[in-house]
Design a protein around this ligand. Structure first.
Ligand code: NAD
Ligand code: UGA
Length: 349
């Protein structure tokens, strides 16, 4: 039986991937700081769950052993929320680059295949692109970051350097690698739900879902004019599975966009669609206010934004994958999960 190690396998993407891989003949080693999002499948005879911190050097020997024992490593560990890039930029580089590099080095040294999670944020800004093409191609598009004083770009910069090092280890040390660039996945267990705005700033889907359920303001940052291509987590996991299976080694040495290009909307449209769906599927009769707010007021100084990002998905299409969920279906699925969970909680009270 093949063995797969998932670092960060207890997170949003990781937890869905773990559940999917349990349907196959794999032995899974999951390393994370928390097992909260996989609590429904633990304990499991096919999962070894290890609550370990990849920042702690004392665990390095253990990680090396895990990498040595595995046929494939999937590395998902990162600070992945824009508020963290603004609030703790140094920690973002420490974790997303330095600590991840330890795993990359172990994979190269021990000849273990690596799937490294990166981000669509590496494509950066639309402004300054000579051709103005919003469809990002893995091997062609320029990667354009903003000025240093906007520390939001530190996340994309750290991830970009990590990608370049993975690629370089492939050239110099024969590392067998694939890099995944996700485009705004949405679904159950994404980030966390807040009951009031002072409890944190999850990514936009969880932020708006919280506002709808707990009746606080939905904030449109800088007017909500920027655009995103939202991808339903089940579609994303099917795509990632193609990369895991790597038939004919077609994804070895490849960067792969995972996203739903047809699901592109402005954040304002996204907010209004979520409101419409919430009215349709929940029994809650009220809807919160929608207000515009500046990026600085919402996130703090140093915030900047990506105007638009649409994935070219030809590589996955060639493997027979295409997204199945349109935007409304994606949101209905994800929102229904939270509404049902919330209702269960109310009944239990
Ligand atoms: P997530 O925050 O839910 O998952 C990351 C996991 O890493 C968490 O479970 C967290 O506990 C774990 N982790 C963090 N620090 C750790 C440490 N020091 N030691 C061990 N585990 C640690 O995020 P996600 O949305 O599942 O994203 C997974 C990966 O995909 C990240 O690398 C992220 O940058 C990338 N990504 C995600 C999206 C998306 O749409 N969700 C988009 C672009 C990129
Ligand atoms: C995210 C994160 O950087 C990463 O997790 C990841 O790499 C990537 O994008 C992804 O999910 O693909 P971003 O899309 O900017 O970045 O993060 P969100 O918090 O989901 O914000 C999306 C847009 O909604 C931004 O324009 C943001 O300003 C806006 N927003 C967010 C609001 O208008 N209101 C909110 O309450 C939250």
């Amino acid at each position: 039986m093949e063995s797969i190690a998932l670092f960060g396998g207890g997170g949003f993407i990781g937890s869905h991937l773990v559940r999917e891989l349990l349907n196959e003949e794999y032995k899974l080693i999951v390393v994370d700081l928390s097992s909260e999002k996989i609590r429904d499948v633990l304990p499991h005879p096919k999962i070894e769950y290890l609550e370990l911190d990849i920042r702690n050097d004392e665990n390095d020997a253990k990680f090396k052993q895990i990498v040595d024992d595995s046929d494939l490593v999937v590395d998902l560990v990162a600070y992945a929320n824009p508020v963290q890039y603004v609030d703790k930029p140094v920690d973002v580089v420490e974790l997303n680059y330095h600590d991840n590099m330890k795993i990359v080095e172990d994979c190269a040294e021990l000849d273990t295949r690596l799937i490294q999670f990166s981000t669509c944020e590496v494509y950066g800004k639309m402004g300054g692109r000579s051709d103005g093409n919003p469809v990002f191609e893995e091997d062609e598009s320029d990667l354009i970051m903003g000025p240093i004083h906007n520390q939001r770009w530190i996340y994309a910069t750290a991830k970009q350097l990590l990608e370049r090092m993975v690629h370089a280890y492939g050239i110099e040390k024969g590392l067998d690698w694939s890099i995944i660039r996700p485009f705004n996945f949405v679904g159950p267990e994404m980030d966390y739900i807040i009951t009031s705005p002072d409890e944190g700033t999850p990514r936009v889907f969880a932020s708006f879902m919280s506002a709808l359920m707990y009746d606080h303001t939905m904030y449109l940052v800088n007017g909500g004019t920027n655009r995103r291509s939202f991808t339903y987590i089940d579609d994303a996991v099917r795509a990632i599975k193609h990369v895991v299976e790597n038939e004919g080694k077609q994804f070895s040495g490849e960067i792969i966009n995972v996203g739903s290009p047809e699901n592109e909307v402005t954040v304002e449209q996204f907010a209004h669609l979520m409101r419409d769906i919430y009215q349709d599927i929940s029994t809650d009769g009220s809807l919160p206010e929608v207000e515009e707010i500046s990026g600085e007021a919402f996130y703090g100084d140093g915030y900047a934004d990506c105007e638009r990002r649409v994935p070219d998905i030809s590589k996955l299409e060639r493997a027979g994958w295409e997204p199945e969920y349109d935007l409304r279906e994606s949101l209905e699925e994800a929102m229904r999960y939270y509404i049902e969970k919330h209702e269960e909680k109310q009944i239990a009270k």
